[in-house]
Write a protein that binds this ligand. Structure first.
Ligand SMILES: Cc1cc2nc3c(=O)[nH]c(=O)nc-3n(C[C@H](O)[C@H](O)[C@H](O)COP(=O)(O)OP(=O)(O)OC[C@H]3O[C@@H](n4cnc5c(N)ncnc54)[C@H](O)[C@@H]3O)c2cc1C
Length: 476
């Protein structure tokens, strides 16, 4: 049988700087993607934005493959069944894919690999999604890092120019072999409707967003915490789906070799540090997979969160009476995105003010976020809930009023998502329940009618949270 490799795209939906494509294109190859029913059938929203993002990004890939004389193979089903069938019907001798360390994906890939082995087809997987993965960054005693700052130091020390180098694809090896399945898959045929996207999908969308952000990166360190500004990159979605390469992001900062990191200006340096947070949580998931079903700090598994279901509902709907929390949640519900500062504020409010389990919040974010990534979402939630990797010795509790005053001082972000508060001045908008009646009247705010009273008192709840979390520590 003449050799033919399938490059199976998953979290790397692009045609440039791709390790899997580089590896597959060493000889004759085709490119394929499977709409995985094991994932799709679990989605609750027919207009799920992630499916739309993937679908539209694939359209661009299809055009790119066809312009090079090939055909994109597209499947719909369980990859454990589809890939071996493709191997048989399409005459594949090898399948190449990029690592995916989500526990579901690891199980799936192990099954695919076993089935391919039985059929005499080679399986190869390669690192692509992060710069340093799995056991590449370890402590001096050879164990995985659990704390960010030493991880970052070790990460910087371990990085090499080869990790950053562009992966080139040998397109002349692309074959015109036809897809064993119908090459087109409409959203409709899979039971989905187009969801609204707030950003341009596809590799071209990622490239444009990166170029646009590079003009703003010098001010990143000063403005990144202000949700009313477009000061961050908004690239998390592209990094999640691999429509942009992590190597390209780092090279775009002018870093081709690790020694150049020390010369970075504060803005790019801070941004690089955020990319390392992404690598850190990837490392946590890969090395401590128990975080998927339980607390990173296992002693917190026994904790019973006493929060009320109606408080959880109010949080989800953006009806807590704390304007910054409500604006954040409504932004999430309307757009599928939330600013990092607000993710921390909203997650802290749910766990430390409402005393609702982080697992409920994590699941709600997982359903809503366009950039949902198990490693990052779980890491962010557990860090904020104090069940995770936070190195702070006392429990971190965000004060929603102070956060609002500090990071949305004029109330511009609140006004955008809580229009019923839009006429309040900056003194009143963060705490409408403390505003004089005349101020509320003049602004058309009727507490308890068109905007809720606070559902809890932060000072009271803070004390309860400290006692609750402290009870776990006291037992261990
Ligand atoms: C409770 C909670 C849940 C989160 N869930 C997710 C998630 O599901 N998917 C996701 O990609 N990020 C998640 N984050 C991290 C972070 O909020 C987003 O990555 C960030 O807001 C994306 O915006 P940006 O691309 O403009 O980031 P930028 O500020 O431009 O940062 C650049 C990139 O660095 C990475 N990054 C930035 N901040 C963090 C961080 N705190 N932790 C890990 N990586 C980071 C992202 O890949 C981001 O795109 C979560 C954070 C918290 C606190």
């Amino acid at each position: 049988m003449p050799p033919l490799t399938l490059c199976w795209l998953r979290r790397d939906l692009r045609l440039s700087d791709s390790t899997a494509l580089q590896e597959a294109s060493q000889g004759p190859f085709v490119v394929g993607f499977i709409f995985d029913r094991c994932i799709l059938d679990e989605l609750e929203d027919l207009d799920d934005r992630r499916v739309t993002f993937i679908h539209r990004s694939l359209e661009e890939i299809r055009r790119g493959i066809e312009s090079r004389g090939g055909q994109l193979w597209v499947g719909y089903g369980d990859p454990v069944e589809v890939i071996p069938r493709w191997a048989q019907q399409g005459g594949l001798t090898r399948v190449v894919a990029a690592h995916d360390d989500d526990p579901y994906a690891l199980r799936r890939d192990a099954q695919v690999q076993a089935r391919l082995k039985d059929a005499g087809v080679e399986w190869r997987s390669v690192k692509d999604h992060v710069l340093l993965e799995r056991q590449e960054v370890l402590t001096q005693s050879g164990t995985p890092h659990k704390v960010f700052t030493p991880y970052q130091k070790a990460w910087l020390g371990r990085l090499t120019a080869a990790d950053l180098a562009e992966r080139t694809v040998h397109w002349p090896h692309l074959q015109a072999a036809r897809s064993p399945d119908a090459p087109d898959r409409s959203l409709d045929s899979m039971g989905f409707r187009p969801g609204a996207l707030w950003l341009e999908p596809g590799e071209s969308g990622g490239q444009r967003r990166l170029a646009d952000f590079l003009a703003r990166v010098p001010k990143y360190h000063e403005a990144r915490d202000l949700p009313a500004l477009e000061a961050t990159s908004g690239l998390s979605v592209h990094l999640r789906f691999g429509t942009l390469s992590i190597r390209q992001c780092v090279r775009a900062l002018g870093i081709a070799t690790p020694d150049q990191v020390q010369d970075l200006e504060p803005g790019p340096r801070k941004w690089l540090s955020e990319l390392v947070w992404r690598e850190f949580y990837h490392n946590i998931l890969a090395n401590f997979p128990h975080v998927v079903d339980g607390a990173f700090r296992r002693e917190f598994d026994a904790l019973e969160w006493p929060g009320l279901p109606e408080h959880f509902e109010a949080w989800k709907a953006g009806q807590t009476g704390y304007p910054i929390v409500d604006a954040a949640m409504r932004c999430l519900n309307q757009t599928g995105w939330m600013h990092n500062r607000l993710r921390m504020v909203a997650a802290s409010f749910l766990t430390k003010d409402l005393l609702v389990s982080y697992r409920l919040g994590e699941a709600y974010f997982a359903r809503q976020l366009l950039d949902f990534d198990l490693a990052q979402n779980n890491g962010g939630w557990q860090w904020t809930a104090s069940t995770g990797t936070d190195a702070q010795p006392t429990y971190r509790i965000f004060n929603p009023i102070l956060q609002s005053l500090k990071f949305d001082s004029e109330g511009a972000f609140i006004r955008r998502f809580c229009p019923e508060l839009a006429e309040l001045d900056p003194e009143a908008i963060h705490t409408p329940w403390q505003a004089p009646p005349m101020t509320l009247l003049a602004a058309g705010v009727r507490l308890g009618e068109n905007y809720p009273y606070p559902i809890v008192d932060h000072a009271v709840q803070r004390a309860k949270a400290l006692a609750l979390l402290g009870s776990v520590s006291a037992q261990t």
